[in-house]
Design a protein around this ligand. Structure first.
Ligand SMILES: *Cc1c(COP(=O)(O)O)cnc(C)c1O
Length: 451
């Protein structure tokens, strides 16, 4: 039996409509920006394998560090025990994170990093005998697939079946120039009428919502309001972390720093699942008590897995290099130029355009093509996104997705849109030439849509 046939027989895939699902592509090798299938085809991984890969597949440096690690320590228990890789990683992460962050809590992935952040916030209050249990979150947000993550995330087709069991969360729209006063009022009103524990957000870019972007200055004001009202602010940087928005963390664009930060995805350079929840000293202090019931009783079997930590350390080595920073800049600049190009002839090309609103800033704080409702053609750092103008309005189940995916696979590019939303989030080792090849294929696709 071929691997594909065995796959059908034995395996259930994530986020996949299994009935009549096509045979999945069988990837047998990864090298640099490319993935190779069993038929000899190679594909540029333009979406970094679900946003995790930073330095290319089978990066020689990370692979070497990881294989060395495997002859030292693969994994060990992390309660009552520690190891140098977890401690050094915590120290180095804190060196990069905002100064107010003081402790690193390890878990397994993005969803658990968020779950830990939510539980930490709730227990922070309950340890002080205060009952504050309401969370505030942005509409359309995505914070993972566990129950806490789903609860603070958008209510949509992904979690319909669980809706009754999700806890109550107050959602506010992402801020724009037009709605900002309204959003602030809504936030203030929620704070007044509820016992709010925390406010969770994806800073600057909402990934799964379709790479929706908004400006730092508005988020800054919302964080300030939360600070003034003693509400814990939680930045979910699972997607935005490690250079994606141009800076190390999206929070580096903010004046007011969040109290809690969630990291995963790029943390290990795309090698292993690992989650981090960092927090400010005052939160940690609320768990220091003679009373043992105030302990944070949370942990996963593989907490601070040594192999994953060693990959994260190697990934940080590469991120700190000036060559990597230059690559991030190169990608950012290329995206900005391509956004301009798309904007200049988007109307003829069946993509949503922002040219109808001349009041919009063209290039401001790295935002290009920002529009009133959270932007159509846009880029931020190494992320670029735009929407195909289809008749259907549902993003996730949009039939355009399959056509788009197939067209690009034939060109040797993995570009798996979020419904009708195209986006690129490439590994940082991508070359200018490879980027131009992808842009060219996008233009070719858009020309075909037109005719
Ligand atoms: C992907 C993602 C998560 C969930 O991470 P997993 O590792 O898939 O569990 C949480 N928050 C954000 C912002 C994400 O993009």
């Amino acid at each position: 039996m071929t691997i594909q046939k065995k796959d059908k027989k034995y395996v259930w895939h994530p986020f996949t409509h299994q009935l009549n699902a096509k045979y999945p592509i069988n990837i047998i090798k990864g090298k640099g920006v490319y993935l190779y299938d069993d038929k000899g085809n190679k594909y540029i991984d333009a979406i970094s394998s679900w946003w995790v890969n930073l330095h290319g597949h089978c990066n020689p440096y990370i692979s070497k560090k990881v294989s060395q690690q495997l002859s030292e320590l693969e994994h060990s228990i992390f309660s009552d025990f520690t190891h140098p890789w977890a401690v050094t990683l915590a120290e180095r992460l804190l060196g990069h994170l905002p100064k107010n962050q003081s402790k690193i809590f390890y878990s397994d992935n993005g969803s658990t990093a968020v779950e830990v952040a939510l539980k930490m916030s709730l227990q922070y209050w309950s340890n002080q005998d205060l009952s504050k249990t309401t969370f505030i979150a942005f509409e359309n947000g995505y914070h993972g697939d566990t129950f806490g993550g789903m609860s603070v995330g958008a209510r949509n087709v992904f979690n319909n079946a669980f809706e009754k069991l999700l806890f109550d969360v107050k959602h506010i729209p992402i801020p724009t120039k037009q709605n900002f006063v309204e959003v602030k009022n809504k936030l203030t009103e929620i704070i007044k009428t509820n016992k709010v524990a925390g406010f969770i957000f994806e800073p600057l870019v909402q990934g799964a919502a379709g790479m929706k972007m908004y400006e730092a200055k508005y988020l800054d004001e919302l964080i300030l309001i939360c600070n003034q009202n003693k509400i814990i602010t939680i930045a979910d940087e699972v997607m935005t972390g490690f250079g994606r928005t141009g800076k190390m963390f999206a929070c580096d664009n903010l004046k007011h720093k969040p109290d809690v930060i969630c990291l995963s995805k790029g943390l290990t350079g795309g090698y292993f699942p690992l989650g981090v929840t960092s927090c400010a000293e005052f939160i940690y202090n609320a768990f220091l008590s003679e009373d043992k019931t105030k302990t944070f009783f949370h942990g996963h079997s593989y907490t601070a897995n040594a192999t994953a930590c060693s990959a994260a350390l190697a990934s940080l080595d590469l991120l700190e290099k000036k060559e990597t920073k230059a690559q991030i800049k190169m990608i950012e600049k290329s995206h900005i130029a391509f956004v301009k190009k798309l904007c200049s002839h988007s109307e003829e090309r069946g993509i949503y355009s922002n040219r109808t609103d001349p009041s919009l800033p063209r290039r401001q704080a790295g935002f290009v093509g920002m529009t009133t409702d959270g932007a159509r053609v846009r880029s931020k750092g190494t992320i670029i996104a735009f929407e195909l103008n289809t008749k259907e309005h549902s993003h996730y189940l949009n039939n355009a997705a399959e056509t788009i995916t197939d067209f690009f696979l034939k060109k040797g590019i993995i570009l798996r849109p979020l419904g009708n939303i195209f986006y690129l989030i490439p590994p940082y080792i991508i070359t200018k030439k490879q980027l131009n090849f992808i842009y060219g294929a996008i233009e070719e696709f858009l020309e075909r849509v037109d005719s």
